[in-house]
Design a protein around this ligand. Structure first.
Ligand SMILES: [Fe+2]
Ligand SMILES: [Fe+2]
Length: 195
C-alpha cells in the first residue's frame, strides 16, 4: 500500500514535468523493445505460431508508439540512471523467474509475470498523464496488454511457482519504484538524500 502511494506520487511528479515525462516514455519504450527481444530470443522456431508472432508485433508497436510520443514531447535520451533502474528490474526479473521455474520453456511464465505488472502500471499512467496523445496511445496499447494478460493468466502454471514468482517480482518492483523516486526527485532533494 505504501509503495503504491510512492509510485502514485512519483507518477504525478513525472507527469507534471514534460522533460521527465519524455524521458520516462523513452524508458518505457526501451522496456517494450527489450520485452520484444526477449520473446524473440526465448522462442525457438518450432514453437513460433501466430500468437507468438502477434505478441512480438504488438510489443514492437508499443515500443514504437511510446517512443513517438516521447519525441513529440521533446527532451533527451533516457539518462543512464533511469535506463539502469529499468534494465536491472527487467533482467533480474527474467533471470529470477526462469530460475524459479527451473528447466523448461521460460517464455510463458516470464510473459505472465510481466503482463501482470504492465496491467498495474499502464492504467495508472493513463489516469495521471495530461498529454492527450499519450492517453490515446496508452488506451490503444492497454487493449492489447489486456489480451496478453488474459492469454497468459489462462495458462495452468504451478500454484507454488506463481506465489514465489509474484513475491520475487514485488520485491524487484519496489526497488524499481525507489529508484524512480530518486531519479524524479528535485535535484536538491536528490543531493540531500545522497548525503
Ligand atoms: Fe507492451
Ligand atoms: Fe504485452
Amino acid at each position: 500500500v505504501t509503495e503504491n502511494n510512492v509510485f502514485e506520487s512519483v507518477l504525478k511528479r513525472i507527469c507534471a514535468d514534460v522533460d521527465l515525462e519524455s524521458e520516462w516514455l523513452r524508458m518505457l519504450s526501451q522496456l517494450e523493445y527489450a520485452g520484444c527481444r526477449k520473446i524473440i530470443k526465448s522462442v525457438p522456431f518450432d514453437k513460433v505460431d501466430l500468437s507468438v508472432l502477434n505478441h512480438v508485433m504488438e510489443e514492437a508497436s508499443h515500443a514504437y508508439l511510446l517512443r513517438a510520443q516521447a519525441e513529440r514531447l521533446g527532451g533527451a535520451l533516457p539518462s543512464a540512471p533511469l535506463t539502469e533502474i529499468a534494465w536491472t528490474y527487467f533482467q533480474t526479473l527474467d533471470h529470477g523467474v526462469s530460475r524459479l521455474q527451473g528447466q523448461g520453456y521460460h517464455y510463458p511464465p516470464v510473459s505472465w509475470i510481466i503482463e501482470r505488472r504492465v496491467l498495474e502500471v499502464y492504467p495508472r499512467y493513463l489516469e495521471t498523464t495530461r498529454q492527450l496523445g499519450v492517453k490515446r496511445v496508452l488506451s490503444r496499447i492497454l487493449a492489447q496488454e489486456e489480451r496478453h494478460g488474459a492469454q497468459f493468466e489462462a495458462l495452468k502454471l504451478d500454484e507454488a511457482f506463481k506465489i514465489a514468482a509474484i513475491e520475487w517480482e514485488a520485491s524487484l518492483w519496489s526497488d524499481f519504484v525507489l529508484g524512480l523516486q530518486s531519479w524524479a526527485a528535485p535535484k536538491g532533494a536528490m543531493h540531500h538524500a545522497a548525503l
